[in-house]
Design a protein around this ligand. Structure first.
Ligand code: BTN
Length: 237
């Protein structure tokens, strides 16, 4: 069976969602594993949204064990790993992480990540990166972009290999040193930190200053009523 670093790896031609298909793979290998597909027919995003899955982009789901108390840290760490991967391929662009784990280039979204529970203490971390194509989005808070928009043509598997290296490195750093250094690196790349932002939660909008990231990985929003921890929501300006 193929491996990338220490992860069992499989690629499918087509599947509904790699987040589902990786769970079948996980049942076979019973170890940390990654499943990609050339095409998804039912790609999904955060908060019940759809993820447009154009052939040529990267759709990768990682299944591994996460202790529930570390889950929010892994959500933040995953965005950082993707941002560092994108930066590797687009060295002259400003790559930012948008809380909780979107990655933006030029104020446009190049990647999104969806965490879902699997069995026992396994979780699925599904990552979409726009490599060759830019989806045209309707009613989205952010327009999309891709590596191709910046004239970069690369192979999805090369992108995946760099992503695995970046992720493994950060995860090891987190396991040795805790969340502190991850948080610091993340904040250095954080979109609109210290500025006015809006948080959309269940159709309602909260306005404030993006003050900080809490030690749990929540966003600290300074509003006219004081500081508030935001656990879930969509950030936009
Ligand atoms: C978001 O920004 O809303 C998260 C998007 C996550 C998309 C990826 S693509 C691979 C994996 N399979 C899915 O169905 N979703 C994730």
């Amino acid at each position: 069976m193929e491996k990338i670093e220490n992860w069992f790896y499989q690629n499918l031609e087509e599947t509904t969602s790699t987040n589902d298909a990786v769970q079948e793979f996980l049942k076979k290998v019973r170890s940390p594993c990654i499943l990609t597909a050339n095409c998804q027919t039912g790609g999904r995003g955060r908060l019940g949204r759809q993820w447009q899955s154009l052939k040529g982009n990267l759709f990768a789901s990682f299944a591994y064990q996460i202790n529930l108390r570390n889950l929010k840290h892994m959500v933040i760490l995953s965005g950082l790993a993707v941002a560092e991967t994108v930066q590797y391929f687009l060295p002259s662009q400003i790559v930012e992480v948008k809380w909780p784990n979107d990655v933006l280039v030029d104020n446009k979204k190049i990647s999104g990540i969806l965490f879902e529970k699997s069995f026992d203490d396994y979780w699925v971390m599904g990552i979409g990166i726009n490599v060759c194509h830019t989806p045209i989005l309707q009613n989205a808070l952010y327009q999309a972009t891709s590596f191709a928009d910046f004239g970069i043509l690369c192979d999805r598997k090369e992108v995946l290999k760099i992503l695995v290296k970046k992720f493994d490195f950060l995860k090891e750093q987190y396991e040795k040193e805790g969340f502190f250094s991850i948080k610091k690196t993340w904040l250095d790349k954080a979109y609109n930190r210290g500025k006015k932002i809006n948080i959309q939660q269940n159709g309602k909008i909260k306005e404030g200053i993006f003050q900080d990231l809490s030690d749990d990985g929540d966003l600290i929003l300074k509003t006219s009523n004081g500081c508030e921890k935001i656990i879930v929501g969509d950030l936009f300006v």
